[in-house]
Write a new protein. Structure first.
Length: 164
């Protein structure tokens, strides 16, 4: 009887360990949507939130599709540089951040031309809330990183926060 119980306990421990390790790979994975899928989802979210008409939906879809394609190309460039082990110079980092800010300005201008005044004000308020919540999450993440550092005997991991 003891042998059977012992075998069952070992089998239970092995099965839970295997399940826990299998789920670990799925944590933190993002959906890999195509630019068209991403644009469709963003357009529908904005339609629900801002009551867009058909012309506005079409314009937002085109804008979001262009942004998703640009983001995909940029991410591929960063992945290739990371695989090659290329370190960016200060000038290249400045250029990347400058391009990011220019894209944000162009996005805001395009959104302003598509939405009416009330919708644009609501959109700006929504952006402010998203930014505030993002700062809270970042602060919480820094706190968690500090706790991890303490657990690792003061050794920090290189966590990089990409803001654009």
């Amino acid at each position: 009887m003891r042998k059977i119980v012992g075998i069952l306990v070992i089998a239970f421990l092995v099965s839970t360990t295997v399940n826990a390790q299998g789920n670990k790979n799925k944590i933190g994975q993002k959906n890999q949507f195509s630019p068209e899928q991403h644009a469709t989802l963003q357009t529908k979210r904005m339609t629900l939130h801002f009551d867009l008409d058909k012309n506005q939906q079409k314009a937002i879809y085109d804008l979001k599709k262009k942004q998703a394609e640009k983001r995909l190309a940029t991410n591929e460039k960063f992945k290739q540089n990371k695989e090659k082990g290329v370190q960016l110079t200060n000038e290249q980092r400045f250029e990347n951040q400058n391009n990011c800010l220019e894209n944000q300005i162009a996005n805001k201008t395009a959104i302003k031309s598509i939405l009416n005044k009330e919708q644009f004000e609501k959109w700006e308020n929504h952006q402010m809330v998203k930014m505030r919540d993002g700062k809270k999450r970042m602060a919480h993440g820094k706190r968690n990183n500090q706790e991890r550092r303490n657990k690792n005997n003061g050794e920090s991991r290189n966590y990089r926060i990409n803001r654009c």
